[in-house]
Design a protein around this ligand. Structure first.
Ligand SMILES: C[S@@+](CC[C@H](N)C(=O)[O-])C[C@H]1O[C@@H](n2cnc3c(N)ncnc32)[C@H](O)[C@@H]1O
Length: 251
């Protein structure tokens, strides 16, 4: 698991730094913090953690060291940690952070909705920045937003209060049955896309659409792509999972 590898890399970084001190390495203060960062980054590579984690390992202890000199009360760190935890809840596990669909992309998604009354799911709905404008523009459709993180979910709950065609839920979209929808929108990350495709193929009904903002399903040809120039700087990959059968189309 990635979190365990992160903690392990940091611990190895500290163990090697203390070993260097024992052997008489003249390290103290910022130099000590930098050494730990470099050794933790090295351990991270050995443990085959993602390359971009090197930056976190290199920066973590030096930043802690620098911040400790600022005299900031521990309560502020706790407050910052709590806010981040509420918003990025399971991101370390799902590898899906919070970022929001912009207004132009929302407009492009609106154009992809069926002409007839439809049920639409935003899987990982954030604060509902996509669903609210869609619900206002298409009162004949029913919109479901499922969000795992408490922070964005509460904001979405407040902002969608009184909107009768939005069903705003807190939970795990993997536990939902996707057979209930005519269109499912995802804006996640590259990591879950193979699993999204597998679930869509198993559960979505013929004729239903899967629309993925920015992240294509690897090895699967979309029906079409709405170019970034027309979709607020992000490509929209449009699939008809049930029509493509259960196995990814390679090549
Ligand atoms: C990139 S944001 C997109 C938010 C929203 N769909 C939008 O377009 O504005 C992805 C969201 O998915 C949520 N998420 C990730 N995995 C989830 C899961 N299994 N169940 C519910 N929400 C999830 C994250 O907490 C995050 O808020």
């Amino acid at each position: 698991m990635l979190l365990i590898r992160f903690v392990l890399s940091q611990l190895v970084g500290w163990a090697l730094t203390f070993a260097a001190l024992k052997l008489g390495a003249p390290l103290s203060g910022f130099a000590l913090a930098i050494s730990q960062g470099v050794l933790a980054a090295f351990a991270s590579r050995v443990l085959r953690a993602p390359r971009w984690w090197l930056v976190f390992h290199l920066a973590f202890t030096p930043l802690v060291w620098a911040a400790s000199g600022l005299g900031i009360s521990a309560g502020w760190y706790l407050a910052a940690f709590t806010v981040l935890a509420l918003f990025y809840w399971t991101s370390f596990r799902t590898q899906v952070p919070l970022f929001l669909t912009n207004a132009t992309t929302t407009h492009a998604v609106l154009a992809l909705l069926p002409d007839t009354p439809a049920r639409v799911l935003d899987a990982g709905a954030g604060t509902g920045s996509l669903l609210r404008p869609l619900a206002a523009a298409r009162p004949d459709c029913h919109f479901v937003g499922i969000e795992a993180a408490p922070g964005p979910w509460v904001i979405g709950r407040l902002l969608a209060a009184g909107t009768t065609n939005i069903d705003w839920r807190r939970g795990d979209f993997w536990a939902d049955d996707w057979a209930a929808y005519d269109l499912i929108y995802t804006f996640l990350s590259p990591v879950p896309m193979p699993e999204v495709w597998a679930k869509a193929n198993t559960q979505m009904r013929p004729g239903a659409r899967l629309v993925s903002n920015s992240f294509a399903v690897p090895g699967v040809a979309p029906d079409f792509v709405v170019p970034a120039t027309e979709a607020g700087g992000r490509e929209l990959y449009v699939y008809s999972p049930a029509a493509k059968g259960k196995a990814p189309i390679k090549g």
